[in-house]
Design a protein around this ligand. Structure first.
Ligand SMILES: CC(C)(COP(=O)(O)OP(=O)(O)OC[C@H]1O[C@@H](n2cnc3c(N)ncnc32)[C@H](O)[C@@H]1OP(=O)(O)O)[C@@H](O)C(=O)NCCC(=O)NCCS
Length: 179
C-alpha cells in the first residue's frame, strides 16, 4: 500500500518500485554508493559499469523481493529493498538492504516509513523474521532501526573493507507477526 508522508519540507510518497523507475533507481543507488562507501557492501566503481539490463532485472516483479521508493514531486529521494530466499526451510526470514535517503531529506523519518513498508511486505508474505546489517559507527541508521523495533543480536567483525580500513557490522533482527 502506498503511503503519504507529510514532512516539514514537503510531501513524500512511499511506494513500491515499477519498471518505469529504472533510471531514477540507477541514479539514486549510485548516489548512495558514491557518497557512503562504507555503508554498503557493493562498490560504486563496480556498479556504475553495469549495463542497463542489470537495473531492469532488479525491478522485475518477483514474489521473493520488493523494492520501495520515497518520491517527492516525481523525483526519487529514498529507497530500500527486502529479499528472502525461495527455499521452503528458509523463506520465513528476509533481509532488508540498501536503505538510503538523499542528504537534503534526512531527519524526516523517511527511512522509517520505507522500513515500515518492508515490514508490511514481510507480514503479507508470511515472513516472521526480518534481519539487516549496519556498520557499527553508523549512528543515524542504528537510531532509525532501533526506533523501528530492531535489536542487535551479534557483530560481524571486519564485514566491510574500504580504503585500507575494516568496519564491523551490527546484525539486527525484528520479529514480525505473520498475517
Ligand atoms: C541512515 C539513513 C537512511 C536514515 O534516514 P532518515 O530518513 O534521515 O532517518 P530518520 O529521519 O529516522 O533519522 C535517523 C537519525 O539520523 C540523524 N539525523 C537527523 N537529521 C539528520 C540530518 N539532517 N542529516 C543526517 N542525519 C540526521 C538522527 O540521529 C536521527 O535519529 P534521531 O532523530 O533519533 O536523533 C540516512 O541517514 C542515510 O541515507 N544515510 C546514508 C546511507 C546509510 O547509512 N544507509 C544505511 C545503511 S545500513
Amino acid at each position: 500500500m502506498p503511503r503519504l508522508l507529510h514532512t516539514s519540507i514537503g510531501d513524500v510518497l512511499i511506494r513500491t518500485a515499477t519498471l518505469a523507475d529504472v533510471d531514477g533507481y540507477r541514479a539514486l543507488r549510485l548516489e548512495a554508493l558514491q557518497n557512503h562507501p562504507t555503508a554498503f557492501g557493493q562498490s560504486y566503481e563496480d556498479i556504475v559499469a553495469r549495463p542497463s539490463s542489470y537495473w531492469v532485472e532488479r525491478l522485475q516483479p518477483d514474489p521473493n523481493l520488493s523494492v520501495f521508493f520515497a518520491e517527492h514531486e516525481g523525483t526519487l529521494i529514498g529507497m530500500t529493498g527486502i529479499i528472502r530466499p525461495g527455499a521452503p526451510k528458509v523463506k520465513h526470514s528476509a533481509t532488508i538492504w540498501g536503505v538510503y535517503v538523499n542528504a537534503a531529506w534526512r531527519g524526516q523519518r523517511i527511512a522509517e516509513a520505507l522500513i515500515e513498508s518492508c515490514l508490511d511486505w514481510a507480514r503479507a508474505n508470511k515472513v516472521g523474521i526480518v534481519k539487516l546489517a549496519v556498520v557499527s559507527d553508523n549512528q543515524s541508521a542504528i537510531r532509525c532501526y532501533e526506533r523501528c523495533g530492531f535489536k542487535t543480536y551479534g557483530t560481524e567483525p571486519q564485514a566491510i573493507f574500504y580504503d585500507g580500513k575494516y568496519y564491523d557490522e551490527y546484525l539486527m533482527v525484528r520479529f514480525v507477526d505473520r498475517v
